[in-house]
Design a protein around this ligand. Structure first.
Ligand SMILES: CC(C)(COP(=O)(O)OP(=O)(O)OC[C@H]1O[C@@H](n2cnc3c(N)ncnc32)[C@H](O)[C@@H]1OP(=O)(O)O)[C@@H](O)C(=O)NCCC(=O)NCCS
Length: 165
């Protein structure tokens, strides 16, 4: 049976191996990684999916980021990865829905994710109309997806996405 658990210290190697497999080791050069470097994750929202043998077959991680001159706080969702053998079985959807539900309980208001709108729209993510929120380059603006965890929480939020400090 597949188990869903909070990420723990013992999971680090398994998670790195999974991310290397799914995204390749060069993933660390992606612009989103610059926002995560040396910043602690939002532990309450980071989950893994484990196979019966304890191996890690899915992961979702969250970091805090700041947006614009007003330094409005947001979640940065990702990476999200499911082992290729287990893709298409609903594990990704479960990790996303479960962690989003918890983020609302903790009072988070908004989240950003870099990904394919075709997959993420069913969870409520949307593309911004006027590109007011800028992500570190290079990033395809169509892949900047927003999620309001509280109604209208992206209203008036604009500017550069920067590291939480
Ligand atoms: C994207 C990912 C996390 C989804 O997890 P999953 O457990 O495979 O997905 P689910 O089972 O919840 O959903 C499967 C459905 O999503 C669709 N889907 C998966 N990736 C998609 C994408 N990039 N664009 C559109 N649809 C996508 C599948 O075709 C499938 O559709 P169906 O139900 O109509 O057959 C996973 O496939 C994965 O790790 N992919 C590679 C890494 C990646 O792209 N991560 C996200 C970057 S932010």
């Amino acid at each position: 049976m597949i188990e869903f658990k909070h990420e723990s210290r013992n999971d680090q190697d398994g998670i790195e191996n999974l991310l290397d497999l799914v995204f390749s080791p060069s993933r660390i050069n992606l612009s989103s990684y610059s926002l995560r470097k040396k910043i602690p994750k939002v532990k309450t929202l980071c989950f893994v999916a484990k196979n019966t043998d304890g191996s890690i077959i899915g992961v979702i991680r969250y970091w805090p980021v700041l947006i614009g001159e007003k330094k409005q706080i947001s979640l940065l969702i990702g990476p999200i990865a499911i082992h290729p053998i287990f893709q298409g079985e609903g594990l990704g959807a479960y990790l996303i829905n479960h962690s989003i539900k918890i983020s609302k309980k903790y009072g988070w208001k908004r989240a950003i994710l870099i990904g394919d709108i075709d997959y993420y729209k069913s969870f409520g993510f949307f593309q911004q109309k006027k590109n007011k929120i800028n992500f570190p380059q290079p990033t395809d603006s169509k892949r900047i997806l927003l999620l309001e965890l509280e109604n209208n929480s992206f209203k008036g939020v604009e500017g550069k996405v920067v590291k939480f400090y």
